[in-house]
Design a protein around this ligand. Structure first.
Ligand code: PLP
Length: 422
């Protein structure tokens, strides 16, 4: 049998001439604000991508959770293409059908009342924050302007959302940051209770901290936050940008806790790779954003909305959600077996459904590189955590292949270039 990680089985190794030429041009022409992996990806199908030199990779990152149904899924592609031939864009000066149908589907699945569309996760979170402040003012609670957020969180890169983000490394150099954002340790309900006061407007929380290293909320945390918000008259805002769309095995991760937020944000996988964001909210909170208070030129664009409706229709099938849960369990178990084999290297394995993180006992950057050399793509969440967010189409064999690549990358660690950070 062929070794699944051998060059002949999956990864051919022709010259890197094409890739190198593109990377040289990128270095000259693109803003140097990313630290890209040295791969130029040219095409994709399902869970596979090919680089400019024809090498094939197994994509276990899925565009950082933006591709629930993998690359170029035929039904979603057909929905977008049909809309491309019909109507590209009209702006929100007019109504257009796809965004109305998409809103209906989101409300049906979430049990909330109103949807607003934008283009990214940061924008969707920005809408949540603006809505909460305005809704408190409309209630006569003009002092309630502050947000309680969490350490290690990630909410986006605009000035407000990077301030909500609980990681100083993303904020450094952009001071002065807008006032009104407090941070407390994630999962520490007592700490939240201590900082709630007459100026608090809302709590913003991720059900699983994705960028922060794939940390699920402790049992009971979201329920406790909901009860606190009800008691104190605060809005509970849930950031589902990374966790929504069935990735954790339920439509939206807050449903696992059985709560109803006042608003939640979506983006990433909603249109299976086309740019879109959404804020979904209750009537009471959303009522605050009357005409003129908020908007987005491209929000609800017909093509992305058509792709999103096709994605959501597939993602919300009960069989799909069950499959995500069972595949997630399989992957988690395999990664935990690896942890038991290599306890000195694998510090923790965390996650829900198909959003998983493997925390190493050292800087995980070189390990991601070693996995890529074996034809498997993933990335870091934090410095030490390898993140897997594959397409829901991922097979058991592909998950095995990912674990095998990780095992080999870790055990190659005996070599001299392998330097544990502690
Ligand atoms: C939980 C969460 N919120 C918000 C964002 C920001 O989304 P975007 O990059 O689309 O603005 C991200 C992106 O990684 C995220 O993971």
């Amino acid at each position: 049998m062929l070794d699944p990680l051998s060059p002949t089985a999956a990864v051919q190794r022709p010259s890197t001439v094409q890739s190198q030429a593109w990377m040289d041009r990128a270095r000259i022409n693109l803003l140097q604000n990313y630290k890209q992996q040295p791969v130029v990806l040219e095409r994709g199908q399902g869970t596979r991508v090919w680089d400019a030199d024809g090498r094939e990779y197994l994509d276990l990152l899925g565009g950082i959770a933006t591709l629930p149904f993998g690359h170029c899924h035929p039904e979603i592609t057909a929905a977008a293409k049909a809309q491309l031939d019909k109507l590209w864009h009209v702006s929100n000066v007019f109504y257009s059908e796809p965004q109305i149908a998409l809103a209906e589907k989101l409300l049906q699945l979430s049990g909330l009342d109103r949807a607003f569309f934008c283009n990214s996760g940061a924008e969707a979170n920005e809408a949540l924050l603006k809505m909460a402040r305005k809704a408190q003012k409309d209630r006569g609670q003009t002092e309630r302007v502050e947000f309680i957020c969490f350490e290690r969180s990630f909410h986006g890169r605009t000035l407000a959302t990077v301030t909500a983000t609980g990681q100083p490394k993303y904020q450094k150099g952009f001071e002065p940051l807008p006032p009104g954002f407090l941070h407390v340790p994630y999962g520490d309900f007592e700490a939240v209770r201590r900082v709630v006061g007459p100026r608090t407007a809302a709590i913003l929380v991720e059900p699983i901290q994705g960028e922060g290293g794939v940390h699920p909320a402790p049992e009971g945390f979201l329920v406790a936050l909901r009860a606190l918000c009800d008691k104190e008259g605060l809005f509970l805002l849930v950031d589902e940008v990374q966790t929504g769309l069935g990735r954790t095995g339920v439509d939206f991760a807050f449903q696992r806790a059985g709560i109803r937020p006042d608003g939640f944000s979506l983006a990433k996988g909603l249109a299976n790779g086309l740019p879109i964001g959404a804020m979904v909210c209750t009537e009471e909170a959303g009522h605050a954003l009357v005409p003129g208070t908020h908007g987005s030129t491209f929000g609800g664009n017909p093509v992305t909305a058509a792709a999103a409706l096709a994605t959501l229709t597939l993602a919300s099938q009960p069989a799909q959600l069950a499959s995500n849960r069972s595949k997630g369990e399989y992957f988690l178990t395999a990664l935990r077996t690896l942890q038991a084999e290599l306890p000195g290297q694998v510090a923790a394995v965390r996650g829900q459904g198909l959003l998983l993180g493997v925390e190493l006992a050292f800087d995980a950057g070189p390990i991601v590189g070693r996995m890529r050399e074996q034809g498997v793509l993933c990335n870091l969440a934090g410095e030490r955590t390898i993140r897997f967010a594959p397409a829901y189409l991922v097979t058991h064999e592909e998950m095995d292949r990912g674990v095998l690549a990780l095992r080999r990358a870790l055990t190659a660690g005996a070599s001299s270039d392998f330097r544990p950070a502690i």
